[in-house]
Design a protein around this ligand. Structure first.
Ligand code: DX5
Ligand code: ZN
Length: 234
């Protein structure tokens, strides 16, 4: 199977909300393809962030820049909100396996709503909980921090979980993105990609400091893998 190019998905949780559109545009102009939108409800995680209104507010930018809005729901009872997030213009809606009494039905609901379904899990949830769900998703996301806040440290042991999930995904007939979320920085991005990640979420590594330079630094960090792939293909 042809490996998809690695995408960068800057998490706007780490952006300055007073300048959200400008900062998101800066990240896209610098070469990021997706925008990661962290939705937290104060129940499933101990923090409250944003809802469908923010997804809707990003629609002009999504249209102009062709960005993929990558919505990560860290909320109890996600089923109640899927239609609202889809109607607001989410391209991908990712839910936590821990929050869904019937995850397969939730993933089908997401697809019916017109968005692409994603599944994710906390760092201490066994990977085998995802196995029966992978045929129903376009994105399988691994949390590499405990969800709730930007700016945490990439957990040790994450790369072996990426490798294990990559083997599970390689068994599937369809191509599924392996997204990694939490603590991604230039110094660990290459290892995550070498282990099998195809989408990297980065919050503080993009939005703290010079956004354009930060995106370029992440891209440069994973360039050795892109070069290797081109060499193998030629
Ligand atoms: C954590 C969120 C992550 C986080 C990423 O709950 O899901 O998307 O904001 O931010 P950094 O890259 O700073 O860990
Ligand atoms: Zn996230």
């Amino acid at each position: 199977m042809v490996k998809p190019e690695v995408k960068l998905s800057p998490s706007i949780l780490a952006a300055d909300f007073a300048h959200l559109e400008t900062q998101a545009k800066e990240a896209l102009d610098a070469g990021a393809e997706w925008l990661h939108i962290d939705v937290m409800d104060g129940h499933f995680v101990p923090n409250i962030t944003m809802g469908p209104l923010v997804v809707k507010a990003l629609q002009p930018l999504r249209r102009k820049a062709g960005a993929v809005l990558d919505v990560h729901l860290m909320i109890a009872c996600p089923d109640q909100y899927i239609d609202a997030f889809a109607a607001a213009g989410s391209d991908i809606i990712t839910v936590h396996v821990e929050t869904c009494p019937n995850p397969e039905a939730t993933l089908k609901h997401i697809r019916q709503s017109g968005a692409r379904p994603g599944i994710t899990l906390n760092p201490d949830t066994p990977l085998k909980t995802l196995a029966p769900l992978l045929p129903h998703v376009d994105v399988a996301m691994l949390m590499t921090v405990f969800p709730g806040f930007a700016g945490q440290v990439y957990l040790p042991g994450s790369n072996s979980r990426i490798r294990a999930l990559r083997s599970m995904l390689d068994e599937l007939p369809q191509s599924v993105h392996l997204e990694v979320d939490g603590g991604v920085k230039p110094h660990n991005a290459l290892h995550a990609v070498e282990a099998g990640a195809t989408v990297l979420v980065a919050g503080s590594a993009v939005f703290r400091g010079n956004i354009g330079a930060n995106v370029a630094a992440l891209r440069a960090a994973i360039a050795p893998v892109a070069q290797q792939d081109r060499a193998t293909a030629s």
